[in-house]
Design a protein around this ligand. Structure first.
Ligand code: ADP
Ligand code: ZN
Ligand code: ZN
Length: 748
């Protein structure tokens, strides 16, 4: 037996693996992730390394292969566990071991030798504000005021930014440093990105439901039971308070916690709630940090300087020495699935990591993913659920849920109203604007909405085999992106004969213009991909709206996440069908989540909120149940659809995405791959495709997809393993990139 070993896992060049033979005494004992002692280099220096692969045959320089000396003494180091995690990810999601290792290990990239410098605020909020007004009062301290104001907003700024963009001299900075206001530091210091504030925790008495969830966790923890919990609680039911109490319990035992929060919800306010409770023991990761900054935070975690890491998906790989708990907030968010190989899902990966470490996992959401709710239900044969369900049904501060009106757009057309604003919505907007209250208009557009629907009767053209919407292609055909089924585009509705059948074309910009035209006095803000391109563009718009510098906010799904605007009393969802008929089996689920979240934006303050949902399909269960905020009824309908169609979580789906520059070549390769898959398909997986994905060609690269469906995940993995071997030995695939995606979040 042979093992591939990496010696320096902090180096970017991870693909430097060395092959060793395994002494017979260690066969079967050695695992992927084991730390071993090996003779290394010319002098056979004793060096430690990690096993990343075990194989029967020797691959490289077999005459000269050296033998592993022994397993390293100490118990499995954190690195070993991360290597084992990478091995699992490679197997479970496809890709290479190197790709997996680069995902899980904190790697210090060789950044430009240039040392980056930062300016950090040393004062807390209150002292900072006081100092700022002091500066502002003096004539000659405007530069100091500029720096301080910027620091109060950001905590840390890049040195170059301060000098160039704020036009401040070095002398000013050293004067401020002397005053103890700030510090100039270089990247070598392990930075602490969390800005200090008063660490004060308001004591609150938990609701009965919160207390129950906490007790279940505490009791299990004391008994040594480690498992996955699904904390299903409406927005504002106090889930975050429950997480913090659970984290505190784990910390009592000297263990650490990871809290995953979608990047968009990772706001200053959220971080501060954790800071108030845990102070300096927390740190954060986010995508705006440089590689060096991220690396530093990972090292602080490893060194035991912190106990809680808060961040998006990649924070999952924080190398805590004794991890006790992983919390995944808003666990239904699609951003928890990686779009790079290995295309891992943070939820499953967290559960596997927790198993390796003897930790627990808490998944939280107001609209749980079908996957998680399914796994929290008792199985058909009375099997115990995989996750334990903990429920918070009531809002902790007893605000009322908003009143929801569903407007049937077919009726609007009958009345001769072709505008995107229904009569009802128009009326209510007028009323709110008169009262100086704020309105949010939401267009739940997801990328390319190419489906065809009838504005007179609501009919949507779907694939007869897959029950997802067909997409209009430029060649005048309607195409199914799962199976490739095609039919000619129609110009009259097959159901009612109306000519008003076509695609959805409205965008946020048109809506903004329309609102300005119809309500000339209203101040309108727009938030979408275009208006948020610049750094912090997103936060700036939200802040303007929060400061009531605008009356109407028009936007895409970006506007529905997490923010509290107490003066918003009306939310309009302009075309609920846009996400409902996306060409994707998760369209219903996504729509329910978006509508529920959007509706939750109305009436956060003392005024009661109202919501208008405009749709051509008011009878669709996703819309009906979202209007009632009834998750459980939605779940019941949706899961039966998934079961009938064999979609996840009732079964499993794997996509193989093939991309290449030459279309003919690609087609041939896809056909070969499908034929080979059919030949080895002993377990009778359903093989669909190859089809051209929604975006068939990106930057001159063509794409094809093949789907596999089977009730058992393992069958799909076996299929992947065989196909990977086939691809590797077959020169015909050399110029084609092939990626696997298991239980994809969207179709391609
Ligand atoms: P969720 O995470 O479920 O949306 P949060 O934990 O953010 O809910 O709670 C919503 C608000 O209610 C927060 O301001 C929080 O401080 C407050 N809150 C939570 N639990 C309680 C409680 N038991 N008593 C009073 N206020 C609470
Ligand atoms: Zn029709
Ligand atoms: Zn189809």
């Amino acid at each position: 037996m042979y093992a591939k070993v990496i010696v320096d896992i902090t180096n970017e060049k991870l693909d430097k693996v060395f092959e060793y033979s395994i002494p017979s005494g260690l066969e079967g004992v050695l695992k992927v992730g084991s730390e071993v002692v090996i003779p290394f280099g010319k002098g056979n220096r004793r060096t430690n390394g990690y096993v990343v692969e075990i194989s029967d045959a020797c691959e490289y320089d077999c005459e000269k292969v050296k033998e592993i000396l022994q397993i390293a003494e100490k118990k499995v180091a954190i690195e070993g566990k991360m290597v084992a995690l990478a091995a699992w990810m490679k197997e479970y999601y496809g890709g290479t071991m190197i790709q997996a290792l680069k995902t899980v290990l904190p790697i210090k990239k060789e950044e430009n030798a240039k040392i980056r410098r930062y300016v950090r605020l040393l004062l807390d909020e209150e002292a900072g504000r006081a100092k700022l007004s002091e500066y502002l009062d003096k004539k000659n301290q405007k530069a100091r005021a500029r720096v301080l104001a910027a620091l109060l907003d950001n905590g840390v700024l890049e040195y170059g930014f301060v000098i160039k963009k704020l036009s401040v001299t070095k002398t000013v900075l050293s004067a401020m440093e002397e005053q103890g206001v700030l510090r100039v530091e270089s990247e070598q210091v392990l930075r602490n990105p969390v800005r200090k504030c008063e660490q004060m925790r308001k004591e609150l008495s938990y609701t009965g439901e919160q207390q129950h969830a906490i007790d279940v966790f505490r009791e299990d923890y004391a008994k040594g039971i480690r498992k996955t919990y699904l904390l299903y609680g409406v927005t504002g039911s106090g889930k975050t308070e429950v997480y913090m109490e659970m984290i505190a319990r784990v910390m009592e035992e000297g263990r650490q916690a990871i809290v995953l929060i979608p990047e968009i919800a990772l706001t200053y306010q959220t971080v501060m709630r954790f800071y108030r409770r845990f102070g300096d023991r927390i740190s954060i990761l986010n995508s705006r940090m440089s590689n060096g900054e991220r690396y530093d935070q990972m090292m602080r975690a490893k060194a035991g300087e912190i106990d809680v890491m808060i961040g998006p998906r990649s924070a999952l790989f924080t190398p805590f020495p004794n991890l006790g708990l992983i919390v995944i907030d808003e666990e239904h968010e699609p951003t928890y699935k990686s779009e790079q190989v290995p295309r891992y899902h943070a939820r499953e990966t967290a559960i596997f990591r927790a198993e390796l470490e003897g930790a627990s996992v808490v998944l939280g959401s107001a609209t749980p993913s079908l996957e998680s709710f399914y796994r929290s239900q008792t199985g058909p044969d009375g099997e115990k659920p995989q996750y334990e369900l903990l429920i918070l049904r009531n809002r902790s501060r007893r605000q009322n849920l908003p009143e929801v009106h569903v407007v049937d757009l077919r009726e609007e057309l009958k009345k001769g109203n072709r505008s995107i604003l229904s009569g009802r919505l128009h009326e209510l907007m007028e009323e709110r604007l008169l009262k100086k209250q704020q309105v949010m208009l939401f267009l739940n557009r997801r990328g390319y909405a190419g489906f065809l629907s009838c504005r007179a009767c609501g009919y949507v053209v779907k694939c007869p085999h897959c029950d997802v919407s067909l997409t209009a292609h430029r060649n005048g055909k309607l195409v199914c992106h799962y199976c490739g089924y095609e039919e000619p585009e129609v110009s009259v509705c097959p159901s009612c004969g109306s000519k008003h059948i076509g695609g959805f074309r409205a965008g946020t910009q048109q809506i903004e213009e329309l609102v300005k035209k119809e309500f000339p006095a209203a101040r309108v803000l727009r938030m979408d991909m275009d208006t948020t391109k610049e750094k912090d563009g997103h936060e700036k718009i939200l802040e303007q709206f929060a400061n009531e510098e605008a009356d109407v906010l028009v936007g895409t799904q970006m506007i529905v996440k997490g923010h509290d605007f107490p003066n918003v009393t009306l939310v309009g969802i302009l075309a609920a069908d846009m996400s409902l008929y996306a060409d994707d089996y998760r369209a219903g689920e996504r729509t329910f989540q978006l509508l529920t979240q959007a509706a939750g934006r109305a009436g956060r303050g003392s005024e009661k909120g109202e919501v208008v949902i405009q749709t051509y399909s008011p009878e669709h269960y996703a819309i009906e149940t979202a209007a009632r905020q009834d998750y459980e009824s939605f779940y019941a309908e949706e899961i039966s659809y998934r079961k009938v169609m064999g979609y996840p979580p009732a079964a499993h789906l794997a996509a193989i995405l093939l991309t290449g520059k030459e279309e003919d070549f690609l087609s041939t390769a896809a056909d070969y791959l499908k034929r080979y898959a059919e030949r080895i398909n002993r377990q009778q997986a359903v093989i669909i495709g190859p089809a051209s994905p929604s975006v068939g060609k990106v930057k001159d690269v063509y794409r094809r997809v093949i789907y596999f469906k089977h009730a058992e995940y393992d069958v799909l993995i076996e299929m992947k393993d065989r196909l990977e071997q086939y691809i590797e030995i077959n020169p015909g695939f050399r110029n084609i990139r092939i990626q696997f995606d298991f239980d994809p979040m969207r179709i391609f």
